[in-house]
Design a binder for this molecule. Structure first.
Ligand code: CDP
Ligand code: MG
Length: 653
């Protein structure tokens, strides 16, 4: 008998691959995908779209002349999926299968299957609008409608058409979605066919509360322990919540309570899951709990579609999500906790029925459910568009204001973005024609929000490029600070050494400088509650930003201890997000005249300086400014004289 060749022995992974719902459909799928220039593919989360389609295409020789790109809205997803597919293909990551996310590129000339964030593919298109290195672009998780995916729709469609006109290698576009509402996608791609994957969804029993809940966290806590007391321990629970802080707080409460349960109640393993968690900790959700122990996962909407966790029998849906909202009148973007859409609620419930029938507890009434909006509003209709507009102009799109968006942004939003870019000096408007200025072109070379790019570009004028590059890098990675809630006092004591009365940016810079001084010593990081991995990333990001600066022939200097120059420079980039102290001790955002408050996490919480610039607005019980920097009114006026002459209280009087 012929023994199978070494390497061809089926591994448990091979067996798993063949059990996926998509495997049955492989021949028909390939048949269709081979012929169609564009296709839409729908399949339940976990059916195997993301991990299998790229492999199927490659094995069948489709798109082999070039690279197959698979976009993901989240960088964690891009990284972990690339890892999984490399494993399945028995290759090492960065060879056949690789990934590219902002500030990290794990690909080589051999890479044929390239997982990347949607933002990265968009950036690449600046240098290569026809996307010639790709033969297939898979726009994955399209139902999420992130801003970058939405813009990519237009860019990819244009590239596909242009390549046809120029007789170049055709570009195949595959749009993948976990939800059924794909008419819009199909219409946009010239009525391309929709391929449905047979689902493997088991029935799910839905429960609503009888009364509206005023405190969804309390309701979640009660529900978790009710289930825990009644259900067999092998039934895991997934709770959808809004963000890191409340997840960590509830996790702590659950752990405390579970230590004091009556006999007969088994142990509980509580795991937090959110995007900014270090990858090693994120992987914990995939590991089974010890026998006899129940796994309780507290997650943001990241577990709705991007990651699949096995063993979930119960879903608890708070009905809330943290997402961005945009006020086109002011151009201000606010991060706020709000109700989910019906589509999201169904997606969450679906997580309970992956392997067997499941149960979903909605912590709201059926009436409240009926009032939810049907679909999540695409990000492009609720975000500040200044970055997108700058990007499209850099792509050389001729008429940006009339770009072929799949869903049109709000009429005021494009205008607000143009105004903001004009204020920043990136655009010029001449008789209804907007053009990119020399500064604007340079701004677009940075993978950053326009205001941060502007601060960097101005930094040589203030001789503080090293500092500004450091600060912008710190703001570009997930938080470098580690705040275990159980050790609050120790954290505060450790932080005090670095706290600057000039605000959060300068405090972060102090921590970064100290980190570099000890060469990233692990012990130092632990003692000072600094996330050493993210800090390491900051250094890498700074190195990359520095490279871009050098290409632009910028003179990079350090201003040493002259913190005034740094703050001046930040004021020149971030002046659109400025706020002024009022006589009654409150703050008003100068752009929108909206009342705002200093977030309790800021080092300026008690200081009440007259003027600040801030990174973002967070709306919870009220509207909070997060990450603040103390500035002088004169600097703001200096940065945008005309604009601020109308805005400042003291300038008016
Ligand atoms: O894209 P889709 O949601 O349809 O599924 P997928 O991401 O291709 O995942 C298919 C299956 O692969 C999942 O059900 C998981 O069991 C497994 N998988 C995994 O174990 N680890 C990963 N990092 C990704 C997928
Ligand atoms: Mg997927």
């Amino acid at each position: 008998m012929l023994l199978p060749k070494k390497g061809n022995i089926p591994t448990p992974l091979d067996v798993q691959r063949k059990r996926l719902p998509i495997y049955q459909a492989k021949p028909q799928l390939l048949n269709q995908l081979r012929q169609l220039p564009s296709a839409i593919l729908i399949g339940e989360t976990g059916s195997g779209k993301t991990t299998q389609i790229p492999q199927y295409l490659y094995e069948a020789g489709i798109g082999r002349q070039g690279v197959i790109a698979i976009t993901q809205p989240r960088r964690v997803a891009a990284i972990s999926l690339a890892g999984r597919v490399a494993e399945e293909t028995r290759t090492s990551l960065g060879k056949l299968v690789g990934y590219t996310v902002r500030f990290e590129d794990v690909t080589s000339s051999e890479t044929k299957l390239k997982f990347m964030t949607d933002g990265m593919l968009l950036r690449e298109a600046i240098g290569d609008p026809l996307m010639l290195r790709y033969t297939v672009v898979v726009l994955d998780e399209a139902h999420e409608r992130t801003m970058h995916t939405d813009v990519l729709f237009g860019v990819v469609k244009t590239a596909q058409r242009r390549r046809r006109e120029l007789n170049k290698v055709p570009l195949k576009v595959i749009v993948m979605s976990a939800t059924m509402d794909v008419d819009l996608f199909s219409d946009y791609f010239n009525k391309s066919p929709v391929l449905y994957l047979e689902g493997r969804q088991h029935p799910i029993q839905i429960y609503y509360t009888k009364q509206p809940q005023s405190d969804y966290l309390q309701a979640a806590l009660i529900t978790i322990f009710q289930i825990h007391q009644e259900a067999p321990p092998s039934h895991d629970i997934l709770v959808f919540m809004t963000g890191q802080e409340e997840i960590e707080a509830l996790a702590r409460t659950c752990r405390d309570i579970s230590k004091h349960l009556p006999d007969g109640c088994g142990p509980m393993l509580v795991i937090a899951l959110y995007a900014s968690l270090p990858p090693a900790q994120q992987l914990r959700v995939f590991q089974p709990a010890p026998k006899g122990c129940r796994k309780v996962i507290l997650s943001t909407n990241i577990a709705e579609t991007s990651v699949t966790i096995s063993g979930i029998k119960y879903v608890i849906d708070t009905g809330m999500v943290k997402s961005k909202r945009f006020n086109p009148d002011s151009g201000l973007e606010i991060l706020a906790v709000q109700r989910v859409s019906k589509a999201q609620a169904w997606q969450r419930a679906g997580r309970a029925g992956r392997e067997d029938s499941g149960l979903c507890y909605r912590l709201y009434t059926e009436d409240e459910f009926d009032k939810l909006i049907p679909m999540t509003v695409p990000e492009i209709q609720r975000c500040n568009l200044s970055g997108v507009i700058l990007h499209l102009m850099a792509l050389g799109i001729p008429d940006v204001l009339n770009f072929d968006f799949m869903s049109k942004p709000l009429p005021g939003a494009i205008h607000a973005a143009v105004v903001q870019l004009e204020l920043l000096g990136a655009l010029e408007k001449k008789e209804q024609q907007v053009t990119l200025t020399a500064l604007g072109k340079k701004m677009a070379s940075f993978p950053l929000e326009p205001r941060y790019a502007k601060a960097i570009l101005l930094s040589p004028d203030f001789s503080c490029s090293e500092e500004v590059l450091g600060i912008v890098s710190l703001l570009s990675v997930d938080t470098v600070l580690y705040n275990p809630p159980t050790r609050r006092d120790e954290v505060l004591a450790a932080r005090r050494k670095f706290t600057s009365s000039e605000g959060d940016h300068m405090t972060l810079l102090n921590i970064y400088r100290a980190f570099k001084k000890v060469s990233g010593n692990k012990e130092w990081c632990r003692e000072n509650f600094v996330n050493s991995r993210n800090m390491g990333l900051v250094k890498a990001v700074q190195a990359q930003l520095r490279e871009i600066c050098l290409k632009l022939n910028m003179k990079l200097e350090s201003c040493g201890s002259d913190t005034v120059s740094v703050r001046r420079c930040l004021a020149h980039g971030m002046f659109v997000n400025a706020a002024e102290l009022q006589p009654d001790g409150s703050y008003v955002a100068l752009d929108s005249h909206q009342s705002v408050a200093v977030h309790p996490s800021s080092v300026l919480f008690q200081a009440k300086p007259a003027y600040v610039v801030f990174n973002e607005l967070l709306h919870t019980s009220r509207c909070y400014m997060r990450d603040l920097c103390l500035v002088d009114a004169e600097w703001l006026v200096d940065a945008a004289p005309e604009y601020f002459s109308r805005k400042l209280r003291h300038a008016k009087s």
